[in-house]
Design a protein. Structure first.
Lengths: 295, 298
């Protein structure tokens, strides 16, 4: 009897130790995750903080202050007046919308062909398409640059947009989704005399809207952040996108030392994507985990 | 039947045109360029064919510097970012409250402009006449002296580049690993718990093998991505990467093509082909090694 009691107390004792260890582990986990959260957020905090410090205040702080008591918006005004930031913005929006719209048209049509239409050589073409996914951009950019230069398309939106349009991966993603739409719908539509194009727009696209929205957003992010291609084909400020704009600002924009104005520009450039992300968080994260990579 | 066949090709036509002009043709052309010796951009003529471009690139000190930088970057950032993201993902999947918030925050770097945030990193690390910068403030708190991370010693510059690269690539890895961890069948864990298996043992014997295909995928894409590093370096050190001694292979390709040192598409092509060969070799080695260690569950 006594032994039994002793054993019982021992069990509760180990239970307690076990629970204490688990609590400790939880605490360590939270501390670790919070630490990484701070590492991620700190650059954002610093950029907003610096952008609201006045030029004089920033340059008089030999030891940078971690907060400011007199925030100012003058840097934002400076960012829009001293450099053509609004122009960079308009260019980027035009580039993003143009590229994404063309990409959607091309992708929807070919995904439909692969998923729904029968024609000779379909499987072969599909395999070729898939193998094209493995070609790194760095390998083809050289000839594209020469092509665009020879066609006199440097510093034009045509030259910017056309080589950036196709993404084989999105064709593949949409084709998989299109194939999930039951065949019966198609045959019913055929009996009613619906044309393929009408069926595509009235049935397939509405049914597969989530995938289409996902690839639209992923492509838009890619366009907004693209730097290498725009840098190669534009040297006229009037055609700069935000990435090139920010690089130009850094190298000769406000004068090297006006860091607060520079940071104001950085905030303005980063904001649209962050807002987009906060609105479409689940959709973007699901889309990326299905196969996005940093473009 | 013929008409139907035609329709299919018609729907594919735009994609085939785009891919043909901007992907297939350039792919063939880059190999052609790389063996054309003495190519002149203005007159579009060349003096002969051979492997001179390759030997030029392989002897160019700028290329060798770029090669060294890229390899260092790969060797440091791939293991560190994969390990760190594994730790974070395991942490994330072991908690309930605040998990969504953490996930959202951790994903933020994915949707930011690499060039723009790189500028913030530069300011955090840069030492100027006016200020030592935030990171040096931290260093001073811990009793260390100030270092100029942007224009200073090579090791310091490499450190910043690696740190920023890791910061940029983490969101993707955390996201993929968290969803892989979530998809491990819960019954395995319950069985292990009933058997009284310790947490560490569960992790190494159960969790790790179950997610090993995902890990391999991340390591391979991580290698490929790190070998193509470029914009991170531009963001931190400016467009003249050769002068900063921080160029990467991709940077070398673009510098040969364009800008003050540009106008040599043949050298650029040779360097790009070399890069492709390196990446292909490493990917094959990765696949061969992983075949021995990965467990595929069906």
């Amino acid at each position: 009897m006594k032994d039994l009691k002793k054993e019982e107390s021992m069990i509760t004792e180990t239970g307690k130790a076990f629970r204490a260890r688990r609590t400790a582990l939880k605490a360590v986990t939270y501390v670790f995750l919070t630490f990484w959260g701070l590492v991620v957020l700190f650059p954002f905090y610093w950029m907003v903080l610096t952008s609201v410090k006045s030029y004089g205040a920033y340059n008089s702080e030999y030891i940078p202050k971690l907060f400011t008591l007199s925030p100012t918006l003058e840097n934002y005004a400076e960012a829009f007046t001293a450099v053509p930031l609004a122009r960079y913005f308009a260019n980027t929006i035009l580039f993003t919308v143009g590229t994404t719209a063309l990409m959607l048209a091309v992708t929807v049509l070919s995904a439909y062909a692969f998923a729904r239409l029968d024609f000779r050589g379909k499987n072969l073409v599909f395999v070729i398409f898939l193998s094209l996914m493995m070609i790194p951009n760095e390998l083809v950019v050289i000839t594209n640059y020469v092509t665009v230069t020879n066609l006199d398309l440097r510093n034009t939106f045509t030259g910017l947009i056309l080589p950036s349009v196709t993404s084989v991966f999105y064709i593949y993603l949409l084709k998989e989704n299109f194939e999930q739409v039951p065949d019966q719908l198609y045959y019913a539509a055929k009996v009613d005399g619906t044309s393929d194009l009408k069926y595509l727009f009235r049935v397939m696209i509405p049914l597969c809207r989530p995938t289409i929205v996902t690839i639209t957003i992923l492509k838009a992010i890619e366009c907004w952040n693209s730097y290498v291609w725009p840098r190669l084909v534009t040297d006229d400020q009037n055609y700069f996108l935000v990435s090139n704009g920010i690089q130009a600002i850094r190298e000769n924009g406000f004068g090297r030392e006006n860091i607060p104005a520079m940071m104001a520009a950085v905030v303005v450039i980063s904001l649209p994507l962050i807002v987009l992300f906060l609105f479409f968080r689940r959709m973007i994260m699901a889309g990326v985990s299905r196969g996005g990579t940093k473009g | 039947m013929e008409k139907k066949s035609l329709k299919g090709w018609l729907y594919l036509l735009p994609a085939i045109l785009f891919l043909g002009c901007f992907l297939v043709y350039p792919l063939i052309d880059v190999f052609v360029y790389s063996v054309e010796e003495g190519y002149n951009f203005a007159s579009q003529t060349y003096s002969g064919t051979g492997l001179y471009n390759y030997s030029y690139v392989l002897r160019d000190p700028y290329f060798l510097q770029a090669l060294k930088n890229t390899f260092l970057l790969v060797v440091i950032t791939v293991p560190v970012s994969t390990g760190l993201s594994l730790l974070i993902s395991v942490g994330l999947s072991s908690i309930r409250p605040l998990r969504e918030l953490f996930q959202t925050i951790f994903f933020l770097p994915y949707v930011t402009n690499t060039l723009a945030v790189g500028l913030v990193f530069m300011i955090l690390f840069k030492k100027t006449a006016y200020t030592d910068g935030f990171v040096n403030l931290l260093l001073n708190w811990f009793g260390a002296g100030s270092i100029d991370f942007i224009d200073g010693p090579y090791a310091a510059k490499m450190f910043v580049l690696c740190l920023y690269t890791i910061w940029v690539v983490m969101p993707f890895k955390i996201l993929i690993l968290t969803s892989a961890l979530a998809s491990v069948n819960q019954t395995y864990y319950n069985a292990a718990k009933i058997d009284g298996t310790s947490g560490l043992r569960i992790f190494f014997r159960l969790t790790l093998p179950m997610i090993s295909p995902t890990l391999v995928y991340l390591i391979i894409t991580g290698f490929i991505g790190a070998f193509k590093a470029y914009s991170d370096a531009v963001a931190l050190f400016g467009t003249d990467l050769n002068a900063a001694g921080m160029n990467t292979i991709v940077g070398y390709v673009y510098d040969m093509l364009y800008g003050n040192s540009g106008g040599y598409p043949s050298y650029a092509s040779a360097a790009a082909v070399l890069l492709f060969a390196i990446v292909l070799t490493i990917t094959c080695i990765n696949l061969l090694v992983s075949r021995k260690h990965v467990h595929y569950f069906s």
